[in-house]
Design a binder for this molecule. Structure first.
Ligand SMILES: NC(=O)c1ccc[n+]([C@@H]2O[C@H](COP(=O)([O-])OP(=O)(O)OC[C@H]3O[C@@H](n4cnc5c(N)ncnc54)[C@H](OP(=O)(O)O)[C@@H]3O)[C@@H](O)[C@H]2O)c1
Length: 323
């Protein structure tokens, strides 16, 4: 089969299409003919091998442990292992793969997959697992309730575009912060107010928020605390930037310590794409409450361009690679 393969860390030239063996499924796994594969920020991190801290957490010390990039997948079941009970050949599924999804075929344990809702396209479904589950986990970690005022930083990005829609669906009043090119887009996601970060400093206003979800980085904990209500919750999802060792993780490491002082809660999120969360996301999409926003699609041969486009912070929502 054709797959994007990466043998070393580096810039875009480390990603190249090669012919490789089609994966063999284990008893609890499903072979998927890939229709579309979502691109998330983690794909850039595995391409670059940065921040270096991640190499100590299973990425591979000198070279990537996983040779095929991509975790998000949507496609059609081509084969099932002997112990698989939830899927049959021909089912349309989405979820995450351990092996790498920038390929014609990939394999995934059945508990990482859900049926694709009929009203959702493959490219939309492929955009959903990592970013959608992160948004759901983040909002839940923040104790999201109807009627709350929620601030989403990076509202026009992958996680942010899901977070805005989910928070609105749950009955919150959402303010989104984004760059000038994404203002209209974030508004279309349901945000009541959109702050263009090139024109206005969200931390300088008088508004206070019950819950802040920060997917963008670049703002100190002190400034974020300033716009939280007295008992509000800040959830640090991530953010690029920072040095080569820690990248954007510095604030995530400091947040739990800072949380010991005062009534505000400061949390660092470590999300996962577990089955209950994936199924909750499937239901939100099936009901039409969440519609994954896919900005652009790139063929497998242009996977590196897709990763660069995302890392530059340009997509309105998500980008996907099509097999
Ligand atoms: N904790 C976890 O478990 C977890 C899970 C998934 C992802 N993450 C992390 O979460 C972060 C966001 O992921 P994503 O997939 O949503 O990325 P993304 O699609 O690139 O979105 C990030 C957004 O941040 C904004 N941004 C970029 N530079 C900025 C700056 N200097 N100041 C303010 N905003 C800036 C960009 O929009 P504007 O330019 O419009 O502002 C962009 O849309 C990444 O760092 C990722 O690694 C963490």
């Amino acid at each position: 089969m054709k797959a994007v393969v990466q043998h070393r860390y580096g810039e875009r030239d480390v990603l190249a299409v090669e012919n490789v063996e089609t994966p063999t499924v284990r008893e609890n796994e499903v072979l998927i003919r890939v229709t579309a594969a979502g691109v998330d920020a983690g794909v850039w991190h595995t391409m670059a091998g940065k921040p270096y801290l991640l190499r100590l957490f299973g990425f591979g010390l000198r070279a990537p442990a996983k040779k095929i990039p991509g975790r998000d997948v949507a496609g059609v079941v081509a084969q099932v292992g002997s112990a698989v009970t939830r899927f049959v050949v021909g089912d349309e599924v989405f979820g995450t793969t351990l092996e790498g999804s920038f390929a014609e075929f990939t394999r995934a344990p059945e508990d990482r997959l859900a049926q694709k809702p009929a009203n959702v396209t493959f490219k939309q479904a492929a955009a959903a697992p990592v970013s959608g589950c992160t948004a759901l986990h983040g909002l839940r970690a923040g104790g999201l309730k109807a009627g709350q005022k929620v601030l989403v930083l990076g509202a026009g990005g992958g996680v942010g575009s899901f977070a805005v829609q989910i928070a609105v669906a749950e009955g919150a009043t959402v303010t989104g912060v984004c760059g000038p090119e994404k203002v209209e887009f974030v508004s279309s996601l349901g945000a009541t107010r959109v702050i263009d970060r090139s024109k206005e400093d969200f931390a300088a206003g008088t508004e206070r928020y019950d819950l802040i979800l920060d997917t963008a980085g670049h703002t100190s904990l002190a400034r974020l605390r300033r716009v939280l209500t007295r008992r509000g919750t800040l959830v640090i999802v991530g953010g690029e930037g920072g040095g080569p060792l820690l990248g954007g993780f510095g604030r995530s490491l400091r947040a739990p310590i800072a949380s010991l002082f005062g009534a505000q809660k400061l949390k660092a999120l470590a999300s996962k794409e577990d089955l209950p969360t994936l199924e909750a996301l499937r239901d939100l999409m099936g009901a039409g409450s969440v519609v994954p926003a896919v900005d652009r699609m790139f063929p497998l041969e242009q996977a590196a361009a897709a990763v660069e486009y995302l890392h530059a912070g340009r997509p309105l929502g998500k980008v996907v690679v099509t097999a």
